[in-house]
Design a protein around this ligand. Structure first.
Ligand code: G3P
Length: 218
């Protein structure tokens, strides 16, 4: 499973990348706002740190303007993955970006299996189902991940399932159990994956016993 971090915080991205944990990055207009920087500068900084795909989102809602923005974003770096919304114009842009620009596309704001089917047919590199926002409605976001996995497997689609709007470590475990290709999560959620009280307790005991031996390694 690939790990992407869902943030435009360059410091966090650098730290997680140094840990060897990152396969890519996802941003969106809300995360760019939070970063306080310009989309061009922030995206360039992120692309200089991370080798994998860095999703940068168009904000136009009509095809022609989406394509203009996609070309501007693509010029920032070779690993910019163009993110488009799951609308008819977004799907049309997805198809053109894939076939004419040979660039990766992340189709975002997916809330149904049929939307994911359309994205795969448009040649999307990634489909981003928002599991946390589905959970917020009282439904189970993971049911959607399982449905998309089955549909994509049925037809051998190449589109990768990028589990998004992840809020908990349990979302990551469930997505991995279902076989989602990628998860994108906030930095704190990725860091929380390592935590277990028995690991802390065990380490404390080992270190206390080691101190009693009076030994040093090397
Ligand atoms: O990956 C999409 C994400 O940025 C949205 O997350 O928590 O705002 O639903 P959230």
């Amino acid at each position: 499973m690939k790990f992407f971090v869902d943030t435009a915080d360059v410091k966090e991205i650098r730290e997680l990348n140094d840990l060897g944990l990152l396969d890519g990055v996802t941003t969106n207009p809300s995360l760019i706002l939070k970063s306080g920087g310009s989309i061009a500068e922030v995206t360039k900084q992120i692309c200089d740190i991370v080798d994998g795909p860095v999703s940068a989102e168009v904000v136009a809602t009509e095809y022609a303007e989406m394509m203009r923005e996609a070309k501007v974003l693509a010029k920032i770096a070779d690993n910019v993955c163009i993110k488009v919304p799951l609308t008819l114009d977004g799907l049309k842009a997805c198809k053109t970006i894939r076939t004419e620009m040979n660039r990766q596309v992340n189709v975002t704001l997916c809330f149904s299996a049929n939307q994911a089917l359309l994205a795969a047919k448009a040649g999307a590199s990634f489909i981003s189902p928002f599991v946390g926002r589905i959970d917020d409605t009282g439904a189970d976001g993971m049911d959607l991940i399982a449905e998309i996995k089955q549909i994509y497997d049925n037809y051998d689609f190449d589109t990768e399932i990028l589990t998004a709007s992840v809020r908990t470590v349990n979302h990551i475990k469930q997505a991995a159990l279902i076989g989602a290709h990628v998860v994108t999560a906030p930095p704190a959620t990725l860091r929380a994956l390592v935590k277990h009280p028995l690991t802390d307790k065990g380490l404390e005991q080992f270190l206390a016993d080691w101190a009693k031996t009076g030994q040093k390694i090397g």
